[in-house]
Design a protein around this ligand. Structure first.
Ligand SMILES: [Zn+2]
Length: 465
């Protein structure tokens, strides 16, 4: 039904006067799908420098690309099996802009029923914190490369200082419009339900929540004014707009596989780690928090993934068992919220290698449990995944909220509450015994890597606390 609606809108609006005002030199650009993208296929298309929209190195999962007319001509010479999903992306961009322009003339459109500009976001963030200034604070944490303000929102229910910190950022990648929308929805739900919803009240009392809902304001603004599918920041190199991929510019294992030294590449990592002002502002915002950050989410679109470190290597991190378990808890929250399925795994194994990313940095440098969240939609879809119909914003927000709340509950959970029911009972004791006999890592209460009598003592102490 949603696809039909959008297709009708495309046909109805193509060629109208509105279309000429839309951003994006995408005339004749195609969205092409490779049904089976093996490593060999991906290496074959690499010299074309396509804009890869979904990254799968695992066979039997499709990969979508954006190809300019020139790139498509060269692509055809490779004689690869493919489908053209969208024949002319400019038509889609024009239709989207026409729809937004038409809705802006109406006063019956709810805020989360349409995509929003940077100015509209600032107004909304201010409204959200004004509704409960005792709990929420909005501040300008610094300026982007082009001098735009960057927002930081801190939620601290009871105002105590020195609590564990949960850091959540959105929109490192400019075109991923669902990312700041869903994250803003989540912030609004947390603030407006503090004091009335016991679960949210407790989680805002026990954790300090630090949100950076718009890490790439220059790029985001550019997707509204010029190029809808712009991904990077606005770095100019040799008098040309090139852009650095912010999520390849983090310092941990910077410069490795899955990042590019070519400024024209969509994964261009910059000249050195942490060269980009947006990330330096991010680091400043973490000053004074570093020893307290227990969890981090980097919110992206699309594909419906919950991705733990590592991104830079196929090797598993030390905490793979815990991060997989918690990733599954997040995915369970998503499923209970909307029924959507999010796949859980390490970034490099589920998605692709990507060195110099935020999630690896938070885990590798701050020892925080960290995930890259790829929100909806999931392939295969017949529209650009960065352009889902706006009726996808609210379900994405509800999924993100419930997954995140369940993670937060784990961050503040008592270590001996093994059945996760919020209370210490005989059932936790029984569960400990089962884990212990099964050599399950959850029985390694003293975290020494072995299952010994010391764990029994440690469990007893936790239980008694
Ligand atoms: Zn992204």
């Amino acid at each position: 039904m949603k696809r039909m609606t959008m297709a009708c809108a495309v046909m109805a609006l193509a060629g109208t006067a509105m279309a000429q005002q839309a951003p994006g030199p995408y005339a004749g650009h195609k969205q092409v799908r490779l049904p089976v993208a093996s490593r060999a296929v991906m290496e074959a298309i690499e010299p074309l420098s396509p804009d890869i929209w979904t990254h799968r190195v695992v066979p039997l999962r499709p990969v979508d690309l954006r190809l300019s007319p020139e790139q498509y001509a060269r692509f055809l010479e490779l004689d690869l099996e493919h489908q053209v999903i969208v024949d002319d992306l400019q038509v889609v961009v024009d239709a989207e802009r026409a729809r937004i322009a038409a809705r802006s003339q109406r006063d019956d459109v709810e805020w989360y029923e349409e995509y929003r500009t940077l100015d509209e976001y600032w107004t909304r963030w201010q409204t959200i914190v004004d509704a409960n200034p005792d709990v929420a604070q909005l501040s300008v944490i610094g300026q982007s490369l082009e001098g735009r303000d960057m927002p930081g929102i801190v939620l601290n229910g009871d105002g105590r200082v020195g609590k564990p910190v949960f850091v959540i950022n959105a929109c490192q990648h400019a075109r991923e419009w669902v990312s700041p929308a869903a994250t803003t929805f989540m912030i609004e739900q947390l603030v407006s339900n503090y004091g009335s919803d016991p679960r949210i009240t407790r989680l805002l009392d026990e954790l300090e929540w630090v949100f950076l809902p718009m890490v790439n304001p220059d790029g985001f603004n550019f997707t509204w004014t010029d190029q809808r599918f712009w991904r990077k920041n606005k770095r100019v190199i040799d008098d040309r707009l090139r852009g650095v991929d912010l999520n390849r510019n983090w310092e941990h294992e910077w410069g490795g596989l899955g990042s590019s030294s070519n400024p024209g590449n969509e994964q261009y990592r910059g000249e050195a780690p942490f060269t980009e002002p947006e990330l330096l502002v991010y680091l400043d915002a973490l000053d004074g928090l570093r020893g307290r950050v227990v969890g981090h989410l980097d919110v992206h679109t699309f594909s419906q993934f919950v991705l733990s470190p590592w991104g830079f290597t196929l090797e598993e991190p030390d905490d793979i068992a815990e991060m997989t378990e918690l990733g599954n808890i997040f995915a369970g929250g998503v499923r209970d919220a909307t029924g959507a399925e999010y796949e859980v795994g390490t970034g490099a194994t589920v998605l692709y290698l990507y060195s110099g990313n935020a999630t690896d940095w938070f885990y590798g440098e701050l020892d925080a449990l960290s995930w890259t969240i790829e929100l909806r939609p999931t392939p295969p879809i017949t529209l650009p995944g960065f352009d889902p119909p706006p009726d996808q914003i609210l379900p994405a927000g509800e999924e993100l909220l419930e997954g995140t709340l369940r993670l937060a509950e784990e961050f503040v959970r008592h270590p001996a509450d093994l059945d996760r029911d919020g209370a210490l009972t005989i059932f936790d004791y029984l569960r400990f015994q089962t884990y212990w006999m099964d050599q399950d890592p959850r029985a390694d209460v003293d975290e020494d890597g072995a299952f010994t009598a010391a764990d029994l003592v440690a469990f007893d102490m936790e239980f008694a606390r």
